[in-house]
Write a protein that binds this ligand. Structure first.
Ligand SMILES: [Mg+2]
Length: 249
């Protein structure tokens, strides 16, 4: 069985800023249309299911944020909270939860301490601990996010990741590469294909047999790397490449 583990935001779905006319809304936020998929992507996801590939979203979204997505055909499994939670038919899997609780328990004081110290950085930000698993701060600009990340370097054992206007502090072991290993242990796939667009996806992309990326900036080129040609829409490229790769295996 081929496992297709994929980031969601800016990989499979995207916000209204990138919306084109024929795209389909799959997420509402406070009554407004928020998240979109291309119609082609929705058809390709259907084909991926019909071909017997196991599609598992692997997202940094909280459980609640993930649940906002209205899939035409919901995937049976989804990993949220950057690997912290496995949803099975929308319900957190207790075995996975217990593993995560054991991983994150030693880091709870560090998370609380860093949350308390966030105001020390003099830039506007909104921070919170997500599902008891990691600390997140949303800033107004990428520069502010970089400043928040840099401020705490060396003063926390948590792993810092800056992606656009967001900065994350993850306990070691809470990353998408570890999530992929946990999925491998559970499903024993013969092959894993992964897609992602940001630094947070790198551990998963590096652990995949095939990694699908929007360009060469993130990881360069190399065996097993597939990068989206200029002018193509990345979500469609991702899903077409998955079907191609699965056909070759
Ligand atoms: Mg993304």
């Amino acid at each position: 069985m081929v496992l297709f583990a994929s980031d969601l935001d800016n990989t499979i779905l995207f916000s209204h800023r990138y919306r084109q006319e024929t795209d389909q809304c799959v997420e509402h936020l406070e009554g407004r249309e928020q998240g979109f998929c291309t119609q082609r992507s929705l058809r390709l996801l259907e084909t991926i299911g019909e071909r017997g590939l196991l599609f598992v979203p692997v997202t940094t979204r909280s459980i609640q944020q993930y649940r906002r997505i209205r899939w035409p055909q919901p995937p049976r499994y989804a990993v949220t909270t950057n690997g912290g939670t496995l949803l099975v038919d929308g319900i957190p899997d207790p075995v996975w939860q217990a593993e995560t609780a054991a991983l994150t328990a030693p880091w709870q004081p560090a998370l609380l301490e860093l949350e308390r110290r966030l105001p020390e950085v003099p830039v506007p930000k909104r921070g919170r601990i997500v599902d008891g698993t990691y600390l997140f701060a949303a800033c107004d600009t990428p520069e502010d996010a970089a400043a928040v990340g840099a401020f705490f370097v060396g003063s926390t054992g948590l792993e810092t990741a800056v992606s656009g206007r967001k900065v994350y502090f993850f306990p070691p072991g809470i990353h998408k590469g570890a999530a992929l290993e946990r999925l491998r242990a559970r499903f024993a796939p013969t092959r894993t294909i992964c897609a992602g667009d940001s630094v947070i996806d790198i551990p998963m992309l590096l652990a995949a047999d095939v990694a699908i990326l929007p360009g060469e900036e993130l990881l360069g080129t190399g065996p097993g790397r597939r990068t989206c040609p200029a002018g193509r829409r990345f979500p469609d490229f991702v899903l077409e490449t998955v079907l191609e790769e699965a056909g070759n295996s």
